[in-house]
Design a protein around this ligand. Structure first.
Ligand code: C5P
Length: 196
């Protein structure tokens, strides 16, 4: 039986952690859709190459070990503004969402564009300062620079013309600014159980 959980939100809000925990809890498959854009961004230096890279993306491309860096995140958000890149990735995501046994997809446009009929939609957010602090604990360096990069990526993701980052009208908001990981996961699990 199909059961899709769409989890959207800005960088470092806790989507990934929550998605993994929720998928494990309910026995659902999980797709981190940001990885698709990161893999495209890592393959290219300009827009025309990006479209071909998205159209020819393979499972091998997703296994690169350098996709989790801040640089890869910035490169991802630059190719993610190109409508043809987004279009090339739609079918794969929708097929994943429709698999029997349930699926969790996390990203920026899952509840609004990829899976508007998802059984559950969560919008996971936190203040830019809290998100930058969490990212800085992982990557180190200059915290003010990390905050600037988080804000730059938010700005690009929220203001692009195609599939901008925004909560779906029927999304449940989860603000993780003042929540522990356990509390954030519990809030997500409760929201999902309420729709089952
Ligand atoms: O979630 P993550 O930080 O890995 O995403 C990297 C970038 O990929 C985002 O900043 C965004 O520009 C893009 N993205 C997107 N749509 C998605 C997932 C990610 O545009 N569904």
């Amino acid at each position: 039986m199909k059961f899709t959980v769409a989890i959207d939100g800005p960088a470092a809000a806790g989507k990934g952690t929550i998605s993994k925990a929720v998928a494990a809890d309910f026995g659902f498959a999980h797709l981190d859709t940001g990885l698709l854009y990161r893999a495209v961004g890592a393959k290219v230096t300009d827009g025309s190459e990006a479209i071909a890279a998205a159209e020819g993306l393979t499972p091998e491309d997703l296994k690169r070990t350098d996709l989790r860096t801040m640089e890869a995140g910035q490169a991802a958000s630059k190719v993610a503004v190109i409508p043809e890149v987004r279009a090339a990735l739609v079918d794969f995501q929708r097929r994943f969402a429709a698999q029997a046994g349930g699926a969790v997809l996390d990203g920026r446009d899952i509840g609004t564009v990829i899976c508007p009929d998802a059984e559950v939609k969560l919008f996971v957010t936190a203040s830019a300062e809290v998100r930058a602090h969490r990212r800085w604990l992982e990557v180190g360096g200059d915290e003010a620079q990390v905050l600037a990069e988080v804000k730059e990526r938010d700005d690009r993701d929220m203001n692009r013309a195609d599939a901008p980052l925004k909560p779906a009208d029927d999304a449940v908001l989860v603000d993780t600014s003042d929540l522990s990981i356990e509390e954030a996961v519990a809030a997500a699990v409760a929201a999902i159980k309420a729709k089952m």
